[in-house]
Design a protein around this ligand. Sequence first.
Ligand SMILES: CC1=C(CCC(=O)O)c2cc3nc(cc4[nH]c(cc5[nH]c(cc1n2)c(C)c5CCC(=O)O)c(CCC(=O)O)c4C)C(CCC(=O)O)=C3C
Ligand SMILES: [Fe+2]
Length: 354
Amino acid sequence: MTPTPEPYDALLVLSFGGPEGPDDVRPFLENVTRGRGVPPERLDEVAEHYLHFGGVSPINALNRDLIARLEKDFAAAGLDLPIYFGNRNWHPMIEDTVAAMRGDGVRNALVFPTSAWGGYSGCRQYHEDIARARAAVGDDAPALTKLRHFYDHPLFLTAVADAVAAARAQLPADRRDAARLVFTAHSVPTAADATGGPPDRGGHLYSRQVAEAARLVAAATGTPDHDLVWQSRSGPPQVPWLEPDIVDHLDALHARGVDAVVVVPVGFVSDHLEVVWDLDTEARDRAAELGMAFVRAATAGTDPRFVQMVRELVRERLDGAAPVRRGTEPLLGVGCNGELCAPECCRPPARPRR
Ligand SMILES: CC1=C(CCC(=O)O)c2cc3nc(cc4[nH]c(cc5[nH]c(cc1n2)c(C)c5CCC(=O)O)c(CCC(=O)O)c4C)C(CCC(=O)O)=C3C
Ligand SMILES: [Fe+2]
């Protein structure tokens, strides 16, 4: 007889992690790039970005803040689930958190990853993190079920759309209406993007979901015309990544006579370092050189509807309800104990051999 499944008894917020002081920067970057063929020159450059902010990424504090708001929301909604925090690349590391969960008697937890997307980095790699942490903790590790991709959840889309409207309102009145709407997300190697998602849909799950989210947000703001560009590319220069880059795109827009942009980091849920450096510093500086008015929309993570969305994603698992969604691209992401969420979701990219 198969045992009755135990009820869900905790939520783990699983994120990327970031350094919290200058001495953390190098070991953090080594954790992120271990075995991935990222050239040392790129690591030196990225280390400088972190050191520019005292070696502190905002990401951990933002996740702690999200968890505090989730705790309040869950309590008010009568949802009795303790919330834990673990990261892929920096403390609190997921291995330590899962060990603490076991110590607290957690048996069957849900996992909210701070990525809306399918693909290797946003989905599959979180499944790998879960499997690695459970293996480290051993036989009595809690079961861990990852929640689904939420890239087209109406509460996420509405939060981003309202942030776009608020950003546009900050532009000088005479440039506001004609300002170009530019969505951005983290670039990935084109080969990695190609292998994500069902082959009968043509793969490219990550870039297709990002494109669909951008289209849905643009439509919701009444400005359907928009661009989708990429940021923060890494890796050796000879390996193709998704393009165009945001900074190159500003040059191209300027050449076409565009004099104002609303930049929307739809690819990220918080204002972490890749947002405050690559957008608020590099892209903003470039726009200033070009005489282009530049505003950047807030990320969705601080919007109250984001917290509500996490609660609804949890409810979907508790109640077995159908996902509430606006998009049409494949919606995957759910897997238990590090199992793949679907046979063709997010195959690991072929790694360059050295
Ligand atoms: C798709 C995607 C997301 C979005 C989905 C999600 O949110 O998960 C994302 C998020 C993030 N990426 C971040 C930072 C970094 N990403 C790097 C490197 C890489 N990212 C990649 C992809 C993604 N990354 C890839 C394919 C690489 C190459 C190495 C590899 O194959 O893994 C590197 C190494 C140095 C460099 O080369 O830039 C850093 C420092 C931070 C935290 C910022 C902070 O500290 O505040 C966040 C949230
Ligand atoms: Fe997946």
